[in-house]
Design a protein around this ligand. Structure first.
Ligand code: 5AD
Ligand code: SF4
Length: 468
């Protein structure tokens, strides 16, 4: 305890009046984590700044999911080192460089070996220890590495007064679950983010209430396997995502709830029912399927068949007929034949997606698929990806075109680009612009969609009174 206080004091001294710049790569979990790292350092005197050139401390929050992740980190670190040297030459103090996130977790030792000028390496589970690491780095002048999966959870230690991660305070992300135990053949997440853990309900609700009080109207619940959520409910039981969403929906001000990313195996009946019964749950669901071939789904260790995925979608659409879907696809997983690829194309045609992310399989060292036989030729992957993306683009275009003539509830979040315009988002995360009063910002109002622009929809307000 005493040593904790001493460490905090040291950390405060190390940070007083300093500037911090966080560079964020990767998923929304990282965006959230970057905001929380900024929060834990703020009481120590670190003020966030927009440019690395102005920062006394730079945190590079990394992502491991894409190709050549480590190489990109080393190249960025080279740039940051140069910036630090230039600042020093201009009479500033030494720039502290920290590497966080999944690359730090997976390749911490390698980072310190190849980039010895890095001061701090920390994995996604240890952000709450950042103040201590800053103090230790300042004291020792040597590098500090912390990529443990500690017994205590960072959620218990992160500051309560955290600034919500928002765009203009109207929409926010909230991490409720982390890690993954599913071990899909291609994926590094179980190795970098560790075992699946859920944040207790009370802690989630406290943060959601703070967000609502700060003006947030739409919350996106985050987790690598968010629908596997099973947080303690405070009464000796375990909550589900559906029960948690019901409690969040009851918070005054919170009109919209989203969640991402989900796994088909964890879509249970209570979640399907929630899409029917909880009007705050937006009818837009990201549910990655990766492949439409049973053989490849098995090789991927996804734990479900293509038919089981179709069945989940059918049940969800029965519960919520206006539900639109988004998904992730991988082409060229080891062993994928032309027939397997065709099965994926068939599944896409049958289900029809409003949006999707698609990738060529790329081996991640240490994952089972990386060492598997029958790796697919790059040229074949390229061809399949192009065909798949063309089909998905067609479906996305058709989905957006279909909006014309429909009336959508739009949550207005900002002024528009042109004077007299306001901008917001539809239930399907489409940007919508209308002529309307700024007083509607922060409210949801019905909009008749009349036109489609390249990246947004245009429409007219049905009436200028907000929806309930
Ligand atoms: N190669 C290609 N795509 C991958 N993804 C994850 N790992 C890999 C990999 N090794 C994709 C999956 C996942 C999304 C976040 O990234 O589609 O759902
Ligand atoms: Fe990765 Fe599979 Fe876990 Fe998703 S479910 S994070 S793809 S291992």
């Amino acid at each position: 305890m005493t040593s904790d206080i001493i460490r905090q004091e040291e950390a405060r001294e190390a940070g007083t009046g300093k500037t911090l710049h966080v560079i964020t790569w990767g998923c929304q979990m990282n965006v959230y984590d970057s905001a929380r790292m900024t929060d834990v350092l703020r009481p120590l005197g670190y003020r966030p700044v927009e440019a690395a050139e102005e920062a006394d401390m730079v945190i590079l929050n990394t992502c491991h999911i894409r190709e050549r992740a480590a190489e990109k980190v080393f190249s960025e670190l080279g740039r940051l080192r140069k910036l630090g040297e230039e600042r020093r030459a201009a009479g500033h103090g030494r720039t502290v460089i920290a590497v966080a996130g999944c690359v730090a977790q997976a390749e911490g030792e390698e980072i310190l070996a190849r980039a010895p000028f890095v001061d701090i390496v920390l994995g996604p589970q240890t952000y709450h220890r950042l103040p201590e690491m800053v103090a230790r780095a300042a004291r020792a002048g040597g590098a500090v590495i912390d990529t443990d999966f500690p017994a205590e959870t960072k959620f218990d230690f992160l500051p309560a007064e955290a600034a919500p991660q928002t765009d203009g305070n109207l929409t926010a992300f909230l991490t409720i679950q982390e890690g993954c135990d599913k071990f899909c053949s291609f994926c590094v997440v179980p190795y970098t983010r560790g075992a699946e853990t859920s944040r207790p309900v009370a802690s989630v609700l406290a943060e959601a209430r703070r967000m609502a009080a700060g003006g947030v109207r739409e919350i996106t619940l985050l987790g690598q396997n968010v629908n596997a959520y099973h947080g303690e409910d405070g009464a000796g039981g375990v909550a589900t995502l559906a029960s948690l969403a019901a409690e969040i929906a009851a918070i005054p001000g919170i009109g919209r709830i989203r969640y991402t990313t989900s796994h088909p195996r964890d879509v249970d009946q209570s979640l399907i029912d929630a899409h029917r019964d909880n009007p705050a749950l937006m009818p837009f669901l990201h549910l990655p399927v990766q492949s439409g071939s049973d053989r490849i789904l098995k090789a991927m260790n996804r734990g479900h068949t293509a038919e089981e995925y179709r069945d989940v979608i059918r049940r969800l659409r029965d519960a919520r007929p206006d539900l639109a879907l988004s998904s992730d696809f991988i082409v060229g997983h080891p062993g994928e034949t032309e027939e397997d690829f065709e099965a994926t194309m068939r599944l896409i045609r049958e289900i029809s997606f409003a949006q999707a992310f698609s990738f060529k399989y790329s081996p991640r060292p240490g994952t089972p698929a990386a060492g598997a036989p029958l790796q697919v030729d790059e040229a074949v992957k390229d061809r399949r990806l192009q065909a798949l993306q063309a089909l998905l683009r067609e479906q996305q275009d058709a989905f957006n075109a279909d909006m014309i003539g429909r009336t959508l509830p739009v949550l207005f979040t900002a002024r528009g680009r042109k004077p007299g315009q306001i901008a917001g988002r539809s239930p399907y995360l489409q940007a919508v612009h209308v002529d309307g009063p700024e007083t509607l910002i922060g409210q949801t109002a019905p909009v008749l969609i009349t036109q489609r622009n390249s990246n947004s929809l245009g429409g007219v307000l049905k009436r200028e009174r907000a929806c309930a």
